[in-house]
Ligand binder design. Structure first.
Ligand SMILES: [Zn+2]
Length: 118
């Protein structure tokens, strides 16, 4: 699975599953777990003086979920999709939607080693 911070994903399982794309806030070390905006939210009770909540009370924060529960969102398909990676002519690597082949963005700079020979 090739998910990165800032990606839009569809959450397919759990209480927060929906057809709406949501933003990946962070990818945990190892890449198996991610934190998605508004998904798997818990309320933590904090005392006064907490840096994020000076008044105390409840602090809402998202807990990590497994990457296998999400699919990368493709705007062209308007749905979750499987993601592939391929090299461009200049040797840069990009991700693409396996359904419609639309690019999902370049993920590494051009490298001559992978460039197509003219
Ligand atoms: Zn697509």
């Amino acid at each position: 699975m090739r998910i990165r911070k800032g990606d839009q994903v569809i959450v397919s399982t759990g209480d927060d599953s929906s057809k709406q794309p949501r933003v990946v806030l962070s990818v945990l070390e190892g890449g198996d777990k991610i934190v998605v905006e508004g998904v798997n939210r818990v309320y933590k009770h904090v005392k006064k003086g907490h840096p994020k909540s000076p008044q105390g009370g409840r602090l809402s924060l998202e807990m990590p979920i497994d990457v296998s529960n999400v699919a990368v969102y493709c705007a062209a398909c308007s749905s979750g999709t499987r993601v592939g990676a391929r090299y461009l002519e200049n040797g840069a690597k990009e991700r693409f939607c396996k359904k419609c082949s639309t690019t999902l963005g370049v993920i590494s700079p051009p490298r001559p080693k992978y460039a197509k020979k003219a």
